[in-house]
Design a protein around this ligand. Sequence first.
Ligand code: 6PG
Length: 244
Amino acid sequence: MTAASRPQILVIADAAVLAQTAARRLIDRIRHGNRPAVCLTGGSSPLALYRLLAENSLRSEVPWTRVHWFMGDDRFVPESDPLSNMGAARRAFLDRVSVPPQNIHPIPTTATDPGDAAYRYENELKRFYGADRFDPSRPLFDIVLMGLGSDGHTASLFANSPALEEKQRWVVGVAKAGMEPFVPRVTLTFPALASTREMLFLVDSADKRQIVARVFAGEDLPAHRAYAQGDLIWLVVRAAAPEQ
Ligand code: 6PG
């Protein structure tokens, strides 16, 4: 983590409150912009948040016609596959609300291979951003959601992968996942994920306790390397939080 992104850890009572807290932060980040951009994450940790966004209590607070939805990483499978991160996000909320189809930006897993998908998604991000280099004063995303794997990976950035060192590319293909499901992946790189006003890690279960402790002890794990131009926030349920 760089000095620009000293993490703030917010310890949250339980998974339900964590989803509500994340929803509130997300809505606060996107409510006013002309064309706010959210980078979603995969896995199970964000699902309660996703469902909340489509519920009556919050749905009216999301400016659905203006927000653009991206994905930080995906498994190289069709969206109809249960392993697809974008498929899961659609089922949890995007299909339940009225979103202009052009506001949803899936990683194109219909490409020839993960490298080709990465190339195409990088171009799509650059088109949306309107430049092919990041300007730190003008982040690509308003909020980037992140999960924490039990091995310390985040997005599809796994330990010992060359993707961890990537400084030029915004998106790369990952031929071999470091953890199940062992399907090839496509992932945004650290510099692309960092181009955000807020990066929000979601740690919603007690079984992450050990890995959270290792990340915050400073071990060189992928999640420890994540940084943000804006705020770097970890929402951690009390049962997984490091000793105070
Ligand atoms: C993926 C993810 C990945 C995930 C973590 C946590 O595609 O697998 O984006 O980085 O966020 O593995 O997953 P859980 O939320 O399921 O624990």
